[in-house]
Ligand binder design. Structure first.
Ligand code: SF4
Length: 285
């Protein structure tokens, strides 16, 4: 059965052109070619620290291990200073997280069920795979927790967050009970100085009503059907420039790593050359 990642559905809905390179062709920027960090590098470092925290391990040691691994994969000529700033920022972002959790009485009486564990469930003839940041057993039931370091939906948009709803379905399938709800834990991209304008940490909660996940399952079936139809057209040899339209938003700067190719496609330039020289194949799942 074809496996479709939760992130693939989200990317397909966000922008079919970005989905085409990242998921249909399964390409990612060649880290060995990278000379400058992107916003998601900070997010990945923060995730490594939080994963360690909830596994009862040392956050700083986890950040350092992540840093060593990433530094070893850079282009030999890359200037290390901007990369050093990534981990300095990640460490500052996490520095007061345990104190914030403790001060607000969060996590009290809760237990972690799973951290970054892959869960699979069938929908519309494919197997959806997803990896929620953390599943938590609370007094009110299972809660899906997602760690956010980038742009966060405004709280009133949160109950329509597709990835979160997919995590809810996954938890339902895995544990046989409808989860109580979901929450974002937001860790702002800020050095936590006295001049910092943003609130460093925040939590947004949403509860799943009795039918919410059933309705979402139907919506997910429709999205998967659309995705498979576009895949079939590409498999039949259709030109992706026409088949997979771009969806330009202000978030392109931080949530897309194929912006150069996107512009080249629009201008009729040789984007395949850039794809073959500056991108690697993703690991197969
Ligand atoms: S730059 Fe924006 S519109 Fe272009 S492929 Fe990336 S996400 Fe899509």
């Amino acid at each position: 059965m074809l496996k479709v990642r939760n992130s693939e559905i989200a990317k397909f809905k966000r922008c079919q052109r970005s989905w085409y390179t990242g998921y249909y062709l399964e390409k990612k920027p060649a880290y060995g070619q990278r000379t400058f960090p992107a916003a998601f590098d900070t997010g990945n470092a923060v995730h490594a620290g939080l994963e360690a925290y909830y596994l009862g391990e040392d956050m700083k040691a986890a950040l350092n291990a992540h840093k060593v691994e990433m530094m070893a994969s850079l282009h030999p000529d890359a200037d290390h200073k901007p990369w050093e700033k990534v981990w300095k920022m990640a460490a500052a972002m996490l520095d007061h997280y345990p104190a914030w959790v403790s001060y607000n009485g969060l996590d009290v009486g809760e237990s972690t069920l799973a951290i970054e564990e892959q869960i699979e469930f069938p929908v519309a003839g494919v197997m959806i795979t997803c990896r929620p940041d953390r599943l938590v057993r609370t007094r009110r039931g299972i809660v899906v927790e997602d760690w956010k370091t980038g742009v966060v939906d405004r709280p009133h948009m949160f109950d329509a967050d597709w990835q979160m709803l997919n995590y809810g379905l996954a938890a339902w399938m895995k544990y046989g009970e409808i989860p109580f709800g979901a929450r974002h834990r937001r860790i702002a991209r800020s050095m936590h100085t006295t001049r910092a304008k943003k609130e460093q940490y925040a939590q947004h909660y949403v509860s799943f009503g009795p039918d919410r996940l059933e309705v979402h399952r139907k919506h997910l079936e429709l999205a998967v059907t659309d995705l498979l139809a576009v895949r079939a057209r590409l498999d039949a040899g259709e030109d992706p420039v026409y088949t997979c339209p771009p969806n330009r938003l202000s978030t392109c700067n931080w949530d897309c790593n194929v912006q150069e190719i996107c512009s080249m496609m629009d201008q009729g330039e040789d984007w395949q050359y850039v794809l073959s020289t500056e991108f690697d194949d993703k690991e197969k799942h």
